[in-house]
Design a protein around this ligand. Structure first.
Ligand code: PRX
Length: 656
């Protein structure tokens, strides 16, 4: 480890498994004084106003900072602003155009990486914004983005925001059908995609999926990035090559003046029904939260190289690979491929080569790389690292300690950031200059926000008691403003549980000492599979569409690497035989309908599912059968005898 880089950023409490920032980190941090919490608590709205004003350039200042008309909030009312201007123009104007904005690492090691300066990114974004305009995209039109992790993904997002055309990014590994549902709901006019991408050394096609996905939607034009050179079918009049359009595009494009509450983007996420919901994020508040949380949580300074490993298909990819870093004029790194390709040291090789200082990933990746063995990180000099982050699911103590010691060399704080697609940016974590860093504990409320743990009646619970995690007013500026075209679902999902008073996160949590919060996991029918959000209903719908299936119930089962995986209890139609082949067929059918990330780990064929008298499947019992937990009261079931059979099939041993 090179001495000049290897600072000791944390110190361990001699008594407990708790770490605190070292004096050195406190000095280097944007915030290191606990009084920030008190100051923000006294007047949260003034706190956010201060940072919105200091951190962003507004065309026109707001006339009112915050409005709450249950269950709808607004921030920076009548303020005028443009996202792309704040990510690019102002940095270039301030003479920082030479600074590296984006480092792109392709998967094939023989391909050249790209290092793109703010000036270059600014040029590309303006040109692509003009491309969109030339295809008739106007302010308010929705643009679908179905791209792998290549620079064009960021260029497309920033170009959309430049002209006020909200983007709706769809994860490139989602199936054509998932793309189709999202494009339809968002009423997208244009789709931006690629001919394909590289994954574990293979060229994978994306254009065929995109073609299937746009069928029957309102998409009039498809823009295709040439990434692999695979032979693809281009539909005359509808499909255009990105590089050809860019050649002819005008160089300058004025940013559109947007209202603070104008839609910046939609992002579809899983809920408790089979239909994904379009989460609405607006401009001024989202940008403020993205800007400030990126700066403080990752303690971003001018010399940092920030690598968030999330795909742009997820909210983490939006806020912490794209908007947050660019708003801070930081250097952001993105990687195209698989974390273990060509070998298990790929991530560490990238950290070493590019002197990555902030590394932000999901527990599932940490567990997978830990399982791969210590020899892989040991091959590399990781002393450039200053801050490690995790997100997406609870992290277990063993993975946390491995991350701390093997990747962070015992020197770097781990910021365990809790948040959701709905919250726009992270809201619970320990700030690097303040701490504490405790395995399995996310941390404190970000200044200017307040989360509480409540019982069913809405009483605040004591430290140590598990309950529902809620956000209290005033609600954070980056919070969702609604579910696209579905205000009832918005009200019911997030607000009805506590009479429109608090935002219900659907997570269980408990408060711990040092004013921290420990996240328990989802309370609804949403699973976090490898850090990716998946609804049990979505997977059930997909399984039930297989012709041999009568009914199914999907529950999460704990998994060593992925945190949890979906397992399906399935009843076949009369005359259908359960077999290994049938299991494989159903699993691959789900892969086709939803995409590979949604495939169940296994199918348990059954004749009956435990149901309540009103016909509701008791998933709680199905879950406990897999984890040998107490089954609880089964007397209220319509068919309690079904549980005995299921105990045999699953090999249920019971608690202890
Ligand atoms: O259950 C929580 C879990 O991820 C859910 C949100 O998923 P999604 O909208 O896909 O966003 C993930 C990335 C922001 C939450 O309801 N979750 C997120 N972060 C954490 C977490 N669980 C425990 N610890 C975290 N740090």
């Amino acid at each position: 480890m090179s001495d000049e880089k290897a600072h000791k950023w944390i110190v361990k409490d001699p008594e407990e498994e708790i770490w605190w920032p070292s004096e050195e980190l406190k000095k280097a941090a944007w915030v290191s004084d606990e009084s920030i919490y008190e100051e923000a608590r006294e007047d949260p709205v003034a706190f956010w106003e201060k940072h919105a004003e200091e951190g962003l350039d507004w065309v026109e200042k707001w006339s009112k900072p915050y409005d709450w008309d249950p269950p709808f909030m607004k921030w920076f009312l009548n303020g005028k602003i443009n996202a792309s201007y704040n990510c690019l123009d102002r940095h270039v104007k301030e003479g920082r155009g030479d600074k590296t904005a984006l480092i792109w690492v392709p998967e094939p090691t023989e391909h050249d990486p790209q290092v793109i300066s703010y000036e270059e990114l600014y040029e590309k974004v303006q040109k692509f914004a003009n491309v969109l305009k030339s295809l008739g995209v106007e302010k308010g039109d929705k643009v679908g983005i179905y791209l792998p992790m290549i620079p064009e993904a960021h260029i497309a997002m920033l170009a959309c925001s430049r002209i006020g055309a909200p983007h709706s990014v769809v994860f490139s590994a989602f199936s054509p059908e998932s793309l189709n549902v999202r494009l339809q709901d968002a009423e997208a006019k244009v789709l931006i995609t690629a001919d394909g991408y590289y994954r574990r050394g293979k060229k994978l096609d994306l254009k065929d999926d995109a073609d299937e996905g746009v069928e029957g939607t309102g998409v009039e034009n498809v823009i295709v990035v040439k990434r692999t050179g695979l032979d693809v079918n281009m539909v005359e009049g509808r499909d255009h090559w990105w590089h050809e359009l860019m050649e002819d595009a005008e160089a300058e494009c004025e940013p559109e003046v947007m209202d603070s509450e104008d839609l910046l983007f939609l992002l579809y996420t899983s809920g408790t029904t089979g239909k994904p919901k379009g989460v609405i994020h607006t401009t001024g508040g989202y940008l403020t939260q993205a800007y400030l949380t990126t700066k403080w949580v990752f303690n971003l300074h001018d010399d940092d190289v920030h690598w968030c490993t999330a795909d742009i298909g997820w909210i983490t990819g939006h806020t912490y690979t794209c908007y947050g870093p660019y708003l801070n004029c930081a250097t952001t790194l993105i990687y195209e491929g698989a974390p273990d390709y060509p070998e298990l040291n790929r991530m560490w090789q990238i950290v070493e080569k590019y002197d990555v200082t902030v590394f932000y990933t999901a527990p599932t990746l940490i567990r997978a790389l830990k399982k791969g063995g210590d020899e892989w990180p040991e091959k590399h000099d990781l002393s450039s690292l200053r801050i490690l982050g995790t997100v997406g699911e609870p992290i277990d103590r063993e993975a946390w300690l491995w991350y701390l010691n093997k990747i962070g060399g015992g020197r770097c704080p781990i910021v365990d950031t809790w948040w959701q697609t709905e919250t726009g940016g992270t809201l619970i974590m320990s700030l690097p200059g303040i701490g504490p860093f405790i395995p399995t504990v996310a941390g404190r409320n970000f200044p200017g926000t307040q989360h509480e743990v409540l019982d069913k009646e809405g009483n605040v619970l004591e430290e140590g008691e598990e309950g529902a995690l809620v956000q209290m007013p005033p609600f954070a500026p980056g919070m969702l403003r609604g579910v696209y075209k579905n205000p009832e679902r918005y009200e019911k999902t997030y607000w009805s549980r506590y009479d429109d008073k608090y935002y219900f996160t659907s997570d269980a949590a408990r408060k711990t000492k040092h004013n921290c919060i420990r996240i328990g996991g989802r309370m609804d029918d949403v699973m976090q599979v490898a850090g990716h959000r998946l609804s049990t209903a979505e997977v059930e719908d997909a399984i039930n569409r297989h012709e041999a299936v009568l009914e199914s119930a999907v529950v999460p089962e704990p998994h060593e690497i992925k945190g949890e995986v979906p397992v399906a209890y399935t009843i076949l139609r009369k005359g259908e035989e359960s077999s290994e082949d049938m299991e494989k067929e159903i699993i691959s059918h789900v892969g086709e309908v939803l995409g590979p990330t949604s495939k169940p780990a296994r199918i348990i064929f059954v004749d009956e599912l435990p149901k309540t008298r009103s016909g509701k499947i008791m998933r709680r019992i199905l879950r406990s059968l897999l984890t040998d937990e107490e089954l609880g009261d089964i007397t209220t079931l319509k068919n309690p005898e079904s549980v005995k059979t299921l105990e045999k099939i699953t090999g249920y041993k019971g608690p202890g």
